[in-house]
Design a protein. Sequence first.
Length: 80
Amino acid sequence: MDLSRIPSTENNTDTVVVADTLRRAARDLSDTHRAILSELYFEGHSIQEAADRLVVPVGTVKSRAHYAMQFLRRALGNSG
């Protein structure tokens, strides 16, 4: 996942803090969770396409995406 593609150019301090927190949290994701989010949100693939590209069942993509997003939400919630 290319973490530099998460925008943080606004002068709004809160936005910068949240973007930095998101970058740090994304680094703490497992490789499998990071790969799922990259396929879905950065590459724009559908769940089926991500499953095909990663050679995992559709249910696995959904489950990993759910837990990865849950992890990121918790990380952002703890940022203040």
